[in-house]
Design a protein. Structure first.
Length: 162
């Protein structure tokens, strides 16, 4: 039997869901669940989601979508597709994970449609990662001898007074 490695996009999705679940409270979520199908109420179709964030109190959910685009920022069409899934499924919003972030138009659509952009390095693992969201940066690093370290930092940058 061949020992198959998962495709890089699949691994990216799994790592994103794991880390979003780790930081669920930062998004106002109880938990983040993995890949699943959710029915579309308007379209009558079903949507395969990379993840589903359950709101605190279990009253609603947000869509989690991952786009492992490593050469350019996500375009507004990509964010608009997530926005339609939010409307069709009755979700309260969304989380869009990518290594590079959003183009200007995509950022405007995300803000208008309650889509939180999350920047996660394409090579992230469950132990070695840098994740940026909501003006926060979370990071984790592992050592060769098996020791693990993770922490978070928050910084406020203010313009220089002249």
């Amino acid at each position: 039997m061949l020992n198959e490695q998962p495709s890089s996009w699949r691994t990216y999705e799994e790592v994103a869901v794991y880390l979003l679940d780790l930081f669920a409270a930062e998004f106002g979520l109880e938990e983040v669940q993995g890949t699943q199908s959710v029915p579309g109420h308007r379209s009558g179709t079903s949507w395969r989601l990379d993840g589903k964030g359950v709101l605190l109190g279990g009253q609603g959910f947000v869509i989690v979508e991952c786009r492992r685009h490593t050469t350019e920022k996500l375009k507004q069409e990509s964010v608009a597709a997530v926005a339609y899934r939010i409307q069709d499924t009755g979700a309260e919003g969304g989380i869009l994970v990518s290594p590079i972030g959003l183009q200007e138009g995509a950022a405007k659509v995300a803000a208008a449609e309650k889509v939180v952009p999350v920047v996660m390095d394409a090579a992230s693992t469950t132990e070695d990662y840098v994740v940026r969201f909501l003006k926060r940066t979370m990071f984790g690093a592992s050592a060769r001898d098996g020791a693990k370290a993770s922490d978070s930092a928050e910084a406020v940058v203010k313009p220089a007074v002249q």
